[in-house]
Design a protein around this ligand. Structure first.
Ligand SMILES: C[S@@+](CC[C@H](N)C(=O)[O-])C[C@H]1O[C@@H](n2cnc3c(N)ncnc32)[C@H](O)[C@@H]1O
Length: 256
């Protein structure tokens, strides 16, 4: 039987790989590991990679298994989801993965300048009505620049045509170096074996969308420092299917 939310929250309180600092907490208690994750938590000099909006943390845990010499941190505001990844990481003794429960809007409060090498954005909400809430919007890019190394890599994996098209325009308009882009990941032929192995990690949301026959899109680009970033202002067709209530096979609305 799966655990209830209260039991999961109790577990999270005592998990050594979980740091819970939602906005209400970080306003009261300063986050002492900012700029010191390697020294205070990972105890190594390895690069740090974030998964923002990690949900159950499939990428954070999956990548940690594949790359023992890289440190991974899954970030999300939903503790009950994060519990799955945190529990798995502890059970497997993975020392190179941690979880931060907070609001991504304040993510720059947790990492020092140049502390992070790469960011994964996995099946982020496209936020079709509010560009300032979109995790690939220029407002977030400006925030990421505060702690990402100059030219650090951003990976975007999504089912959403809206988010993918928006991000493509944002990258083009700001002349960000595009490293790879495909609109149909599972039928693309120009992918090397290592990248294919990494991209074969499937998240919870990814599995749901694949089941419904949606194409999975992926791109990676660099985010250099310096120079203002601006919105392209181009119009983008919305994802129609997202305007309907999400229905499971049984017709029951799916939990977000
Ligand atoms: C659509 S789900 C995707 C989850 C997971 N990456 C996957 O593919 O299964 C988006 C996730 O981002 C988290 N999220 C969205 N906006 C956030 C924010 N501003 N701060 C923290 N978490 C956020 C949600 O809680 C949710 O778990």
């Amino acid at each position: 039987m799966s655990k209830g939310k209260l039991a999961k929250f109790a577990d999270m309180e005592r998990y050594e790989n979980v740091f819970q600092y939602p906005f209400s907490v970080v306003e009261q208690v300063p986050f002492e590991m900012k700029g010191r994750w390697r020294e205070m938590y990972f105890h190594n000099d390895n690069p740090i990679v974030l998964e923002l909006g990690c949900g159950k943390g499939e990428y954070a845990v999956g990548l940690a298994r594949m790359f023992p010499d890289v440190n991974f941190i899954g970030v999300d505001i939903k503790g009950a989801r994060m519990w799955t990844g945190a529990t798995q990481a502890l059970a497997e003794g993975l020392k190179n993965v941690a979880f931060l429960r907070t609001n991504i809007e304040i993510i720059d409060r947790f990492f020092g300048e140049g502390e992070v090498q790469e960011i994964w954005l996995t099946f982020s909400d496209p936020q079709m009505k509010n560009v300032r809430k979109r995790l690939t919007g220029t407002a977030f890019m400006e925030r990421y620049r505060r702690f990402l190394v100059d030219g650090g890599i951003i990976h975007v994996k999504t089912d959403s045509n809206f988010l993918f098209t928006y991000t493509t325009y944002m990258v083009e308009h700001n002349h960000l170096p595009l490293l790879f882009r495909t609109e149909d990941l599972y039928h693309a032929i120009d992918i090397d074996d290592d990248t294919r192995r990494i991209l074969s990690i499937r998240t919870y949301y990814e599995s749901q969308w694949i089941e419904r026959g949606k194409d999975i899109r992926y791109m990676k680009f660099r985010l250099p420092h310096g120079g203002p970033l601006e919105e392209s202002g181009r119009e983008i067709p919305v994802d129609d299917y997202r305007s309907y209530r999400r229905q499971g096979r049984s017709g029951v609305e799916m939990r977000k």
